[in-house]
Design a binder for this molecule. Structure first.
Ligand code: E4P
Length: 214
């Protein structure tokens, strides 16, 4: 499973890049709005830093303007993946992006048929928002499993990007189901390697060595 980070903050991205397991970045308008400066320059800087897929979302809600924005975003860097909402207009824009060779990330997916349709149309990534489903009392992993089953039945090329992850167990469950990518908020990325027994065990090894060897 690939790891993306779900932030538009360059300092956070730099911090996680140093770990050596960062494959890409997802942003959305809420995340980008928190960062100062020009959006286009921000996406260019993130692409330069990551040298991997960077999702940048359109703001338009009708297909014509979404496609115009998608074309503009795609000129920023070959690493840009255009994020489109999975609405009827978004689907129409997706068709045009596929024809134009623009890579896409279909976002705000909450049910399996949305995922089936975008895969049939040739989306690069599909983003089921798992945490937001759990927030309203649904079992988000049922959705992820359904998408995995459907995609495996038809050998679709679209990659499943598990999004809206809230805690490390979400990442474990997404990996067990076979999500191709997990996009992690920094707070979850920070906790991927943590276990108190690892810290206690290391302290004990070092203390035993010191006691015996001085
Ligand atoms: C993914 O691409 C989205 O930006 C993100 O995962 C949304 O997460 P949230 O539900 O925590 O806002």
């Amino acid at each position: 499973m690939k790891f993306f980070i779900d932030t538009a903050n360059l300092e956070e991205i730099k911090r996680f890049k140093q770990l050596g397991v960062l494959d890409g970045v997802t942003t959305n308008p809420s995340l980008a709005a928190r960062e100062a400066g020009d959006f286009r320059q921000l996406i260019a800087d993130i692409c330069e830093l990551v040298q991997g897929p960077v999702s940048a979302e359109v703001l338009a809600t009708d297909a014509d303007r979404m496609f115009a924005e998608a074309r503009e975003l795609a000129t920023i860097s070959p690493h840009v993946v255009v994020k489109l909402p999975t609405t009827r207009e978004g689907i129409r824009a997706l068709a045009r992006c596929v024809d134009a060779g623009i890579r896409t990330n279909m976002t705000l997916v909450f049910q399996p048929l949305q995922a089936l349709i975008v895969a049939r149309m040739g989306a690069t990534y599909v983003s089921p928002f798992l945490g937001r489903l759990d927030d309203i009392g649904h079992d988000s992993m049922d959705l992820l499993q359904a998408i995995r089953d459907i995609y495996d039945n038809y050998d679709f090329m679209t990659e499943i990007l598990a999004a809206s992850l809230r805690h490390p167990l979400h990442v474990v469950e997404a990996a067990r189901i076979g999500a191709d990518v997990a996009t992690l908020p920094p707070a979850v990325f920070d906790r991927l390697l943590d276990h108190p027994l690892t810290d206690i065990g290391l302290q004990r090894f070092l203390a035993d060595w010191k006691k015996a060897r001085g």
